[in-house]
Design a protein around this ligand. Structure first.
Ligand SMILES: C[S@@+](CC[C@H](N)C(=O)[O-])C[C@H]1O[C@@H](n2cnc3c(N)ncnc32)[C@H](O)[C@@H]1O
Length: 197
């Protein structure tokens, strides 16, 4: 954690290592612990701008794998041949757009963050809305036994959301990365062993 006037060490490290955002270290922590990303996989990355997770996934799945990023905003990095981007609002994107991937995705990642207002309950509600839509898409496109990583902001709807996931995955775990900013209320839900439609 950086002190006022001090440079955030994760941001500095991201720049040196060629990632456009510090958030890559949250995914790396998740990967070290849960080993979800593997060569040859097909991954969807929801809320992928500026592209740190895209780059890390692209490197890890390798040339036999594929990564599709979706965001309102374009990535700021050049995309490798195994990486694709769809500019869209996740809330209104029709199911048909992703249907060709139905049942074929190994892992769905979501680092989606709403525009924050500073009002805790409102930001939680916006994050919940994004996650509810993300979960609808997950149920549509994820392979049986597939996995998800979903970022959510703390709040009273989180318990019910967790219940929704619990019924559809063999195991759901909560993870708070050390590289999350201390003031942030975000945490990640890791679902493994998707039970299918
Ligand atoms: C924290 S950033 C993601 C950072 C990314 N994981 C990385 O490492 O580069 C969150 C992203 O969620 C996106 N987002 C928020 N609401 C969205 C929506 N309704 N549809 C698509 N993307 C959305 C934002 O545009 C933003 O780029």
């Amino acid at each position: 954690m950086a002190h006022p006037g001090q440079k955030d060490p994760f941001r500095v490290r991201a720049k040196i290592e060629g990632y456009p955002a510090r958030s890559v270290y949250k995914l790396k922590e998740i990967q070290d612990k849960f080993k979800l990303i593997r060569p040859g996989q097909r991954i969807i990355d929801l809320g992928c701008h500026p592209g740190s997770w895209l780059r890390f996934c692209s490197q890890t799945v390798g040339p036999e794998g594929q990564v599709l990023g979706i965001d309102l905003k374009n990535p700021t990095i050049p995309l490798s041949p195994n990486t694709f981007f769809l500019q869209a609002d996740l809330i209104s994107v029709p199911d048909e757009t992703v249907k060709e991937w139905a049942g074929q995705v190994d892992l769905v990642l979501s680092d989606l963050s709403p525009k924050t207002s500073g009002i805790k309950w409102l930001d939680h509600q916006r994050s919940l809305d994004l996650n509810l839509r993300a979960l609808e898409l997950v149920f549509l496109i994820l392979k049986k036994e597939g996995a998800v990583v979903l970022k959510i902001f703390e709040g009273e709807g989180a318990k019910n959301f967790l219940k929704k996931m619990n019924g559809r995955f063999k195991q759901v775990q909560v993870h708070k990365p050390r590289s999350s900013r201390r003031e942030s209320s975000e945490f990640y839900l890791i679902g493994q062993g998707f039970k299918g439609k």
